[in-house]
Ligand binder design. Structure first.
Ligand code: CP
Length: 314
């Protein structure tokens, strides 16, 4: 499962597409985070992308990613074209590649693409004209790089930019999570001190993705003393039958509530990419509690996506 790390940097070392955080140079990642933070600080609105058109090409549902990319595009002065798969000619059998080529032929230079297939966005990027840039807004289980970016921005705001002393635990359905993959790549690149991964064995990925992580199936133990808890959605739409016994069992063993959260550091923060399954992986007392940064993540998504679009298209 590889979102083509080599395909996103051109021969001069410039970021041409953003397909994955895997293999993204630390300086590039830190540069995007610094630019996003500057945009947060300034409440920035500019016209750097005036005259450019960006299409949000989503073949899977989305609320946060699609709308925050649309908002980011507007705040940079560009035009946004929305694409709704359910009312498009894909319902008549048109392929994703033909759809992309036709919209590109209209003069659109930026594409924000979500697709259910691993590698689908990289495949479109390989067919793009030289001046066209693609952002992966989530492909299959493979990568969701702008979610990883906004998660790191949120962690930096809460805990500082030096991650060397940071203890982080990623909890839940890591196996099906493109968010977990992007977060793991980013945390490693930024030098996180300790990365724990916790979930039932049936929902953890192969060993290669977990290299260097402390793996646990016991949430109470995994939470002990951590600075940040990154909860994941149970992805029932990508899941074969039988990977979890029941939602009640899952909630009992891997659901985060305020009582359990007391095992983490007293100033620990909680992240969740959304959408949340309340009462399954996370309870209301945590999701809406004082340690939750979940809506901060959403707010940061606009700035993180502005930084990416400006870098690729500016
Ligand atoms: N976090 C995230 O990708 O949410 P959406 O599916 O609503 O975009």
């Amino acid at each position: 499962m590889n979102a083509a790390p080599d395909a996103q940097i051109d021969a001069t070392g410039r970021l041409r597409h953003l397909l994955t955080l895997e293999g993204l140079p630390r300086a590039t990642l830190e540069g995007l985070l610094a630019r996003a933070q500057a945009m947060v600080d300034a409440g920035e609105v500019n016209t750097r992308l005036a005259g450019i058109a960006v299409c949000t090409l989503f073949f899977e549902p989305s609320t946060r990613t699609r709308l925050s990319f649309q908002r980011a595009t507007q705040r940079l002065g560009a035009d946004v074209l929305g694409f709704d798969a359910s009312t498009s000619s894909t319902t008549k059998g048109e392929t994703a590649l033909d759809t992309f080529r036709n919209i590109e032929a209209m003069g659109v230079r930026g594409f924000v693409v979500r697709h259910s297939d691993d590698g689908a966005v990289a495949a479109l990027a390989s067919a793009a004209a030289p001046g066209t840039a693609l952002v992966n807004a989530g492909d299959g289980r493979s990568a969701h790089p702008t979610q990883g970016l906004l998660d790191m921005l949120t962690l930096q705001q809460a805990k500082g930019t030096d991650f060397s002393g940071l203890k982080v635990v990623i909890v839940g359905d890591v196996r099906h999570s493109r968010v977990a993959r992007s977060d793991l790549h980013a945390l490693r690149t930024l030098g996180a001190g300790e990365i724990r991964v916790c979930g039932p064995a049936s929902l953890l990925p192969g060993a290669s993705l977990l290299a260097g992580c402390i793996v646990s199936h016991d949430l109470d133990a995994a939470l002990e003393g951590v600075d940040a808890v990154m909860m994941l959605r149970l992805q029932r739409e990508r899941m074969a039958e039988g990977l979890v016994d029941s939602l009640e069992d899952y909630h009992r063993d891997y659901g985060l509530d305020a009582r359990r959260l007391r095992r983490a550091a007293s100033d620990a923060v909680v992240l969740h990419p959304g959408p949340m399954n309340r009462g399954v992986e996370i309870d209301d007392d945590v999701a809406d509690g004082p340690q939750s940064l979940i809506l901060r993540q959403v707010a940061n998504g606009v700035a993180a996506r502005m930084a990416v679009l400006e870098t690729l298209l500016g």
